[in-house]
Design a binder for this molecule. Structure first.
Ligand SMILES: *Cc1c(COP(=O)(O)O)cnc(C)c1O
Length: 230
């Protein structure tokens, strides 16, 4: 079932890109495997998936050694400063940098481990109180500060849009993130690349792909409902 789901989602992404005049190869599907057992991840891996998203450091630490080495791990959940040291040299991309202090901690640990770390800046475009992320108004100033950290490389922006039954209601937020990304790109800030836009989940990834997402994060649509009570 997981392999079929991946194919189906992949096809919808492709169609969305084509509708929007985009190259489907510019939009990568991240399989969000949080709470799911290893056999599910292996099935996705065998179906060809290499990009996996997790939101908890502990779970990443358990899953990384159990999966093949060519998996690209995306940390998509809120990151606490005291946990940075456990994952800084193990993940492909951290999507959830939402403050200078957190980026500074990543820099510190990156120096210790002699690695470079690729990050995205999380923006709370919809201004939801329950969500992490910088406000649109603060993002540029924070990026200019974070860009000065030599081992931390900003690759783009990420947002978690509001939960909704109608994905069209999130289209303006995706458009806004894309516009912000374009604006920052034009500033040509050293050590800042605006090549990735991480947006779209099971409920709204097609709209996100139409609006320029380069990374969509799909969990339920691939692995089925999550059970948090196990
Ligand atoms: C869980 C999660 C997802 C995937 O959510 P689904 O609705 O199951 O696709 C995407 N992004 C983040 C940040 C998440 O925590």
């Amino acid at each position: 079932m997981i392999a079929e789901n991946i194919s189906a989602v992949q096809l919808k992404i492709k169609e969305a890109c084509i509708r929007a005049g985009r190259n489907p190869e510019d939009c990568t599907l991240i399989a969000v495997s949080k709470t799911k057992p290893l056999p599910d991840l292996k099935e996705a891996y065998d179906a060809g998936k290499r990009d996996f998203g997790e939101n908890k450091v502990q779970e990443l630490q358990d899953k990384i050694p159990a999966m093949p080495a060519d998996v690209k791990w995306h940390l998509i959940g809120h990151l606490q400063r005291n946990k940075v040291k456990y994952i800084v040299d193990k993940v492909y991309l951290i999507h959830s940098i939402d403050s200078y202090r957190l980026a500074e901690q990543v820099e510190k640990e990156a120096v210790k481990k002699n690695v470079d770390v690729n990050i995205l800046i999380e923006v709370n475009v919809a201004n939801e109180e329950s969500k992490f992320g910088l406000t649109v108004d603060n993002t540029i100033a924070e990026i200019e500060a974070i860009a000065k950290l030599p081992h931390v490389h900003i690759k783009g922006l990420m947002t978690i849009a509001p939960y909704t039954d109608d994905p069209e209601t999130n289209r303006p937020y995706f458009k806004q993130l894309k516009a912000l990304s374009d604006k920052i790109k034009e500033m040509n800030i050293p050590n800042v690349e605006m090549k990735e836009l991480s947006m779209g989940m099971t409920g709204d990834y097609e709209v996100a792909a139409e609006e320029g997402a380069t990374l969509v994060r799909v969990g339920t649509g691939i692995f089925g409902q999550r059970n948090y009570n196990i």
